[in-house]
Design a protein around this ligand. Structure first.
Ligand SMILES: [Mn+2]
Length: 258
């Protein structure tokens, strides 16, 4: 049995399927998907449905899933209350967030499937700790949650402020790093496995210019962070889907075009 973590698939179904083949993903294994399975690429809803079907795939909330839920709530409110202020929907569909295709495919789902998807995302994990021998991995889309929890904490168990920070905070943001202090990450003994900021933006690329996993024990002082977002959101030649196996920290890659 192996434990795999993947992040920021961003609607790229084919590389996702190829990754499952490459790692020989079986019923004995577990796959944690650290959010942003949807948007920017063509097949977000298809990927979500696939993850929902598999008992041994666990979905985390990313900022894109949060955007989606807020937008759909906004649409409902407008319909029910005769309002026309579609601010949240507009934000999701804006070019900068790339939610258009996800929205179109969601609208094509049956009422039952729509409800299933929303309930599923409402129960998505926001942060989780996994003990692996002497190491404890802390999994989250972008940063961490302030609330104390034992093994994992879900979207519907958290206040909005905590969810927002966990899925939106860019830990490499200059103003954020400037305030670097003891509060940045709560526990130095954890190894944080995160996505959200593609490593191309951090100039962490291979000789071909492709984004590669940033496993840095020095960045941000003594904290150990493994950033596995290798830029599927960019959908260009540099884009790779990365997957880490926690048992031995082995990294697997699938390029966007195979
Ligand atoms: Mn993100």
């Amino acid at each position: 049995m192996s434990t795999y973590v993947i992040s920021d698939i961003h609607g790229q179904y084919e590389p996702f399927k190829r990754m499952l083949e490459q790692i020989n993903f079986s019923d004995e294994d577990v796959l944690y998907v650290l959010g942003d399975a949807i948007d920017r690429g063509p097949d977000g809803i298809k990927i979500l449905k696939e993850i929902m079907k598999q008992e041994n795939m666990k979905m985390f909330l990313g900022n894109h899933e949060l955007l989606m839920m807020e937008a759909l709530r906004n649409v409902d409110e407008c319909e029910n209350e005769g309002r026309t202020d579609t601010e949240e929907l507009d934000l999701w569909l804006d070019e900068c967030n790339g939610g258009r295709q996800t929205y179109e495919d969601f609208k094509k789902c049956s009422a039952k499937k729509k409800a299933e998807i929303l309930i599923y995302l409402d129960n998505a994990i926001v942060a989780k700790k996994i003990k692996m021998g002497k190491k404890t991995y802390y999994l989250c889309h972008a940063y961490m949650v302030n609330k104390k929890f034992d093994k994992e904490v879900k979207y519907n168990e958290l206040i909005y402020k905590d969810v927002f920070q966990a899925v939106w905070q860019n830990i490499y943001d200059a103003s954020f790093v400037k305030d670097l202090n003891e509060k940045l990450f709560p526990n130095k003994k954890y190894i944080y496995v995160l996505g959200h900021v593609f490593t191309q933006r951090l100039d962490n690329v291979d000789e071909m210019g492709r984004g590669i996993v940033l496993n840095d024990s020095n960045f941000l002082g003594e904290y150990h962070i493994i950033n596995i977002d290798c830029g599927m959101a960019l959908h260009n030649k540099s884009s790779q889907l990365a997957c880490i196996r926690l048992e031995d920290e082995k990294i697997f890659y699938e390029a966007l075009d195979g």
